[in-house]
Design a protein around this ligand. Structure first.
Ligand code: URP
Ligand code: ZN
Length: 464
């Protein structure tokens, strides 16, 4: 395959920015520098003058084709969801394996890998542990040492299905910490949430606006503190997913500072940009925003932005898990607890964080690249293969046009969902071209990557 040179771009990594060129050969970055000396007749030249050039985004928290019971499955499968990712400049996703009760972890991993094979971009998988049993330590070791899956998720919510009680959870942390992995925690106290949900329904409070009231901010904070405490007692590296509140973010910061514990935390675009007043939209429209944890009230958005700016939150991931309003979310028309939880985000994450973070000066360009690409790659064992433009890295490169503006709409988005929670919001950075593993996979809005182009990523164990 002919080598490619990307010339005269404004190159941005998490730790540097400069005008320069990138030479791509055989799917990798062969050279990068201020003015590469390459005979242009022998290479394909891509002119990037006026464009901002970043590593492809890494979204470490997505749920493609996630079954959530009663025959409902999140509406983006691995094909449509990764097409949406590429359209928005994200070239790597990490999804989840959720074993059936009693199913060996590696068998569940094989099944999920088979489903993910149709991905258009590269993908890794985190392993969820939904029950404790004696063979978990040996299975965890196998996931880390042989299967390239060194991150494990536990849920404190969803107790009837996949949630763990404290006893099993601390055992998982102990096991994973010893084996060199990292535990990701969904921090909401399941029993308390279930109690409030049942109470509201019994009182006839069935509308979407009761969803956030059943999962109040103090619940998240309590669960985060409990998870952090267990992580410290077991010396287990942690990653707190989808932090949505001031209390939870402050707890992570205080804890990491006080104990120098290896803990990272992510937030999501919806917690930075949207508020819980949306649940009160007329009729059933508030259902579009039902995700867990829910959107929050005044003050939380600003606090999370500040925490990102000050390096206290580490990653912006999406928790991408869309459901159509028609035929999916509307299952909960008479009962908000039956609304499938989840929203889309993978397509617009990088554009939104640029528009509402970089443009107003809250985040630098480097910090944008850090939270959307470099940090998730580092934390989850993909660095420096992903998340950075450097010699030897996979040639996952995005050329952004920041002189154009588009407006988000469900009419035009690539994601397979009949609504978009960011409808009408502007995007001030538009991917002009996306290159994945050295091939142009998106140009001027058209994704050309083929089903199955993505590869499973074997990730390294924790060595931070
Ligand atoms: O509402 C959410 N977050 N849905 C996706 C599943 C999960 O809890 O991560
Ligand atoms: Zn999730």
């Amino acid at each position: 395959m002919k080598e490619i040179i990307i010339k005269n771009g404004f190159i941005v990594n998490a730790g540097e920015e400069f005008h320069g060129d990138i030479l791509v050969s055989d799917g990798k970055i062969k050279a990068i520098g201020a003015a590469l000396d390459v005979a242009e007749s022998e290479v394909e030249v891509i002119e990037a003058k006026g464009l901002t050039v970043t590593p492809g985004g890494v979204d470490p928290h997505v749920h493609m084709e996630l079954p959530v019971g009663d025959g409902l499955v999140s509406s983006d499968d691995f094909e449509t969801g990764t097409r949406a990712a590429l359209a928005g400049g994200t070239t790597t996703i990490i999804d989840f394996v959720t074993p059936e009760p009693g199913q060996p972890l590696v068998r569940a991993l094989e099944e999920r890998k088979a489903a993910a094979r149709k991905s258009l971009c590269d993908y890794g998988l985190h392993m969820s542990i939904t029950a404790w049993e004696e063979s978990i330590p040996q299975q965890v070791k196998q996931c880390i040492e042989k299967e390239g899956t060194p991150s494990f998720k536990v849920y404190m919510a969803y107790k009837q299905a996949i949630g763990l009680d404290d006893g099993p959870m601390i055992r998982v942390m102990d096991t994973v910490g010893r084996a060199g992995g990292r535990v990701m925690v969904h921090c909401e106290p399941g029993e308390l949430v279930d109690y409030l949900r049942e109470r509201f329904i019994a009182e006839g409070k069935t509308a979407p606006r009761y969803h956030p009231l059943s999962r109040p901010p103090e619940f998240e904070k309590e669960a985060v503190v409990r998870a952090l405490m267990m992580g410290r007692k077991t010396d287990c590296p942690l990653y707190i997913v989808h932090v949505s509140t001031i209390g939870a973010a402050a707890a992570v910061v205080e804890y990491a500072r006080a104990y120098k514990h290896d803990v990272f935390a992510e937030t999501c675009p919806h917690y930075l940009l949207l508020q819980d007043s949306l649940y009160a939209k007329p009729g059933f429209a508030g259902a579009a925003y039902v995700m867990s944890p829910p959107l929050r009230g005044d003050g939380h958005n600003d606090f999370l932005w500040k925490a990102l700016e000050e390096n206290q939150l580490d990653v912006v991931a999406t928790d991408h898990c869309p459901f159509h309003m028609k035929g999916q979310k509307d299952r909960g028309k008479e009962n908000f607890t039956l609304i499938p939880n989840g929203v889309a985000g993978v397509e617009h994450r990088m554009g939104l964080i640029y528009t509402f973070g970089v443009v107003p000066g809250v985040l630098s360009l480097c910090r944008w690249v850090d939270v959307c690409a470099a940090a998730p790659a580092r934390i989850f064992g993909l660095y420096p293969r992903k998340g950075v433009l450097c010699e030897g890295a996979d040639a996952d490169i995005v050329l952004w046009d920041t002189s154009k503006e588009t407006v988000i709409s469900a009419q035009t988005h690539v994601t397979n969902c009949d609504t978009n929670i960011y409808e009408g919001m502007p995007l001030k950075a538009v991917p002009h071209m996306v290159i994945a593993n050295g091939k142009i996979v998106m140009e001027k809005g058209r994704v050309s990557a083929q089903k199955g182009n993505g590869r499973f990523l074997y990730r390294q164990k924790n060595k931070l």
